[in-house]
Design a binder for this molecule. Structure first.
Ligand SMILES: C[S@@+](CC[C@H](N)C(=O)[O-])C[C@H]1O[C@@H](n2cnc3c(N)ncnc32)[C@H](O)[C@@H]1O
Length: 235
């Protein structure tokens, strides 16, 4: 899967997306993150990419020309245009379901705004969808784009060791994950639950499911309410 990212700060992606699991997935050719510097496309003699907002107000707005020229350049030889997502606090709020949906795409273009945001005509011209990472405002779209790349990539086949790595995790089936423990079995008198040392896989499974339900009820009553409604018969 390929992510082309239109940004004013490509070096951020070159640092963060080269580490750990996503870095390995890139080395193995499963994922490609290609950060494109919007500023390189500016026709302004000082490589300006922003200007004052019409109507007044604080801050600067990213201009149409460099962003749209960058988009046209990277898509010029493509027969099928990839979906363009503008990372925006005004978008659909990212969750595991949306991540799963996006993981089926072969190619995405992510547009990162900065300053006060981008000229509305860019959205009209090239953006298919706006996605937010939460109801708060960040200084730029780079962190949101990295969050999206990370959570979408780990659902792409081959990025994690097996599908179980994510299908049992929080949010995959509308529940939070059960508690996890590792060695030692006794840490300063705090013991791992006996059931996990029993070697009885069926009982461990049952315990984990109960724990998942219980902690969802405690930590995320909103999620539990939905789970309870959809699984009423089995509870
Ligand atoms: C300071 S914000 C602009 C906010 C804009 N003036 C507004 O009120 O909707 C600058 C950029 O950060 C990114 N951004 C900020 N918060 C975000 C969020 N919660 N999710 C995704 N992107 C966000 C967007 O790309 C945005 O263009």
């Amino acid at each position: 899967m390929k992510f082309d990212v239109l940004t004013l700060f490509p070096e951020l992606f070159n640092i963060v997306m080269r580490e750990s699991i996503i870095g390995r997935a890139q080395e193995n050719g499963i994922i490609k993150v290609n950060a494109i510097n919007i500023r390189d496309y500016s026709k302004d003699k000082h490589k300006k990419v922003d200007d004052y907002p019409f109507g007044g107000g604080t801050g600067m707005v990213m201009t149409c020309q460099p962003v749209i020229d960058a988009y046209n350049d990277i898509t010029k030889d493509m027969t099928v245009k990839p979906k363009v997502i503008y990372m925006s606090p005004q978008g659909r709020v990212l969750n595991q379901k949306i991540a799963k949906e996006l993981s089926t795409e072969e190619h995405l273009i992510l547009l990162c705004g900065h300053y006060e945001g981008i000229d509305e005509r860019i959205i009209e011209e090239i953006v298919d969808e706006e996605i937010s990472i939460g109801d708060y405002v960040l200084t730029g779209g780079e962190l949101p784009a990295m969050v999206l790349i990370d959570c979408v990539s780990r659902l792409v086949q081959g990025v994690l060791a097996s599908e179980n790595s994510y299908s049992e995790e929080s949010h995959f089936n509308g529940l939070l994950e059960y508690p996890q423990y590792t060695r030692p079995a006794d840490y300063n008198g705090k013991k791992v639950p006996d059931i996990l040392l029993s070697g009885h896989h069926a009982n461990i499974e049952k315990w984990r499911t109960q724990q998942s339900i219980e902690r969802t009820k405690q930590k995320r009553p909103d999620m539990y309410e939905v789970y309870e409604r959809t699984h009423k018969k089995n509870l």
